[in-house]
Design a protein. Structure first.
Ligand SMILES: [Zn+2]
Ligand SMILES: [Zn+2]
Length: 92
């Protein structure tokens, strides 16, 4: 039995593995998540950044300053533009 899950982008150029057990799960209603998802909320699966291992490709980074002044560093595929994950200050 594996304790990891795999993920990736739509075109398959980026693949990663992370732990099966999230630190937290939440529905976020912030404006950034509403914009990025086009929906009223966004389901998030939280893990520590150390537990993410990129197994294929190299995600691009887009940094935005989120409320209240934290940096939210978003990773995406430069080919298909899929969101991969977001690294948020404090949450790790
Ligand atoms: Zn892609
Ligand atoms: Zn949010």
């Amino acid at each position: 039995m594996s304790d990891t899950v795999e993920g990736g982008c739509l075109c398959g150029n980026i693949r990663f593995q992370t732990t099966k057990d999230p630190s937290y799960q939440l529905l976020c209603y912030c404006t950034d998540c509403q914009r990025i998802s086009g929906a009223a909320n966004f389901a998030a699966y939280g893990v520590t950044i150390e537990s993410i291992v990129v197994t294929k490709g190299e995600p691009k980074t887009f940094d935005i300053t989120a409320d209240p002044g934290r940096t939210n560093s978003r990773r995406f595929c430069s080919d298909c533009r899929s969101r991969i994950w977001a690294q948020i200050d404090e949450l790790g």
